[in-house]
Design a protein around this ligand. Structure first.
Ligand code: 3PG
Length: 209
């Protein structure tokens, strides 16, 4: 599968931080129960890679990708542990070149016209726009429509229920990402039903788009 195939499955991709292995399985189940299928497990804690592998085994309905991938060795690790795709917060030419050679589905991050041009140079047309709100938000994405007609974005960073629809309405936005579906407090307190509810509420809010 190509990266766009994963992005087309779900309009919302939860950006997940793993605090321990056991709760990662419960979290994945809570998200699936709430209708969210594609999960971005960020490589921000020492549990992340193992969580990718164990969620694949224990929650086969979940389509798990690795996030916060910063270099080629993390990309290789993500692939080895069973991630189906990867997302990076930014892009540089060394990483882009090696990622193309590895042939693993990757959505690199961009925050400017020059970075989009760099991504296109390596054949990446599906890009994370990060940090979305801080980098110019909806107006910035609107400005990218005309010059970059082949590019589709997944804005992430500062997205929540309050602005999700404004982003999804844009013709160059495929889906959005965010941590609001997996709040740290809920995970640490084991509030799985609350997480499921959050997913359902968020998906209901975008049904009409
Ligand atoms: C990411 O890596 O995509 C961001 O940390 C998510 O940003 P958010 O916490 O504002 O949703």
């Amino acid at each position: 599968m190509q990266i766009q195939d994963f992005l087309q499955i779900s309009k919302i991709i939860p950006v997940i931080t793993i605090y321990d292995i056991k709760s990662s399985i419960q979290l994945a189940r809570a998200l699936i129960e709430g209708g969210i299928k594609v999960l971005e497990i960020t490589l921000r804690t020492k549990y992340a890679l193992e969580a990718i592998s164990i969620i694949n085994q224990e929650v086969p309905e979940a389509i798990v990708g690795a996030g916060t991938v910063l270099n080629i060795s993390q990309l290789e690790q993500a692939k080895k542990y069973g991630a189906k795709f990867a997302i990076s917060p930014g892009i540089n030419s060394i990483f882009a070149k090696e990622a193309v050679q590895l042939g693993f589905p990757l959505m690199p991050g961009v925050a400017s016209a020059s970075e989009i041009m760099l991504a296109l140079e390596f054949g990446f047309h599906n890009l994370k726009f990060f940090p979305a709100e801080a980098a110019g938000g909806i107006n910035m994405l609107k400005s990218f429509i005309a010059p970059f007609e082949t590019v589709r974005f997944c804005p992430t960073g500062g997205i929540s229920m309050s602005n999700i629809n404004e982003y999804l309405k844009l013709s160059n936005v495929l889906c959005v990402g965010g941590s609001w579906l997996a709040p740290k407090e809920y995970i640490l307190n084991g509030q799985w039903e609350e997480i499921t509810k959050l997913c359902k509420t968020s998906l209901n809010a975008i049904l009409n788009i």
